[in-house]
Design a binder for this molecule. Structure first.
Ligand SMILES: NC(=O)c1ccc[n+]([C@@H]2O[C@H](COP(=O)([O-])OP(=O)(O)OC[C@H]3O[C@@H](n4cnc5c(N)ncnc54)[C@H](O)[C@@H]3O)[C@@H](O)[C@H]2O)c1
Length: 297
């Protein structure tokens, strides 16, 4: 009986409202697959999105960039954890398979070049870049010296420029890649006593958009603008706000957004890793705000 079954007897499948026998449906899908290419069969969330890739991550000794280093290596990649604080960079790297810790002051061109050279020697090249090194700084504008202002702009905007400038030839050697810069919600909303930081972060948003045009289509360049996130930078602020109690301070610090809390560094890292990965293959020149809804309320 079974041998005499025809295609009309086969189980029927409905695709886009068209009822057809399952074998016909299968061959149609196969045809679509052959025409559109293998990208369609790649799972959307491959557990090894960064296999065989090397990430150069500045600010990697702490907070958000350290969380990116953990996620990137967990998904098959290798990371150069670069930081002004070499000891912290090496401590983070020592816990991750395939990672190295590198001393790097992003505000010093020779230091950036030396760090990248070391990465090429030890890891063979660079496929992805995270420019996250930075520091906070508050106070009324009249109280800021020009030197302090310059330091803020030099570390954030200047450091992003230097890291991208010297990493670009390495990415091109590998046929392309992805860059993620880090701004802040301070680039979009006014916050009291935060003029130099907001200006520096605004520069990074503009830099990212311009660089995407200059380096595409081979290299994608995107920016992440975090809201209040628990990290080495914000923990002292939260302790102060909580009168010495960090949990209490975190509550106060995080209550201005829709989620009513501060982010974990891992939540910002997840968005950065999305932008570094092929999951974001059609995203470039964009700034993604990761702030629990802070700037929409
Ligand atoms: N945490 C937040 O709430 C928040 C919000 C918005 C934006 N950001 C941005 O995220 C990025 C990461 O900050 P984080 O919150 O993880 O802070 P973090 O202090 O935990 O990490 C920053 C790291 O950058 C390093 N660094 C500072 N100056 C450097 C330099 N000149 N060269 C190399 N490394 C240097 C520090 O040593 C530190 O390890 C920063 O650019 C910060 O401005 C943070």
């Amino acid at each position: 009986m079974a041998a005499s079954r025809t295609i009309r007897d086969a189980p029927r499948v409905t695709t886009r409202g068209v009822d057809m026998p399952a074998p016909v449906c299968f061959f149609r899908l196969l045809l679509v697959q052959m025409v559109l290419g293998p990208s369609l069969i790649r799972p959307l969330e491959s557990p090894l999105r960064f296999a065989d890739q090397v990430l150069f991550a500045t600010g990697g000794g702490s907070g958000i960039a350290a969380a990116v280093a953990r996620r990137f290596t967990a998904e098959g990649g290798r990371v150069a954890v670069a930081d002004l604080d070499e000891e912290r960079a090496k401590a983070v790297a020592s816990e991750l398979e395939g990672a190295i810790g590198v001393a790097c002051d992003v505000s010093d061109e020779a230091s950036v070049q030396a760090a990248l050279q070391l990465v090429v020697e030890q890891l063979g090249g660079v496929d992805a870049v995270l420019s996250a090194a930075g520091h906070a700084g508050f106070g009324p504008i009249e109280e800021w010296s020009f030197e302090r202002w310059n330091r803020m702009l030099t570390v954030h905007a200047g450091g992003t420029f230097l890291v991208c400038k010297h990493a670009l030839p390495l990415l091109r050697q590998r046929g392309g890649g992805a860059i993620v810069t880090v701004a802040s919600v301070s680039a979009f909303v006014a916050q009291r006593n935060n003029v130099p930081y907001g200006a520096a972060k605004g520069a990074i948003v503009g830099f990212t958009r311009q660089l995407a045009l200059e380096t595409g289509p081979e290299i994608r360049v995107n920016c992440v603008a975090p809201g209040r996130t628990q990290s080495g930078m914000t923990e002292p602020i939260m302790v102060a706000r909580g009168g010495g109690d960090m949990a209490k301070g975190a509550e106060v610090f995080g209550k201005g957004n829709i989620q009513k809390r501060v982010a974990a560094a891992e939540e910002v890292a997840a968005t950065i890793c999305f932008l570094l990965s092929d999951d974001a293959s059609f995203v470039t020149g964009e700034t993604l705000v990761v702030d629990g809804g802070e700037i929409v309320v």
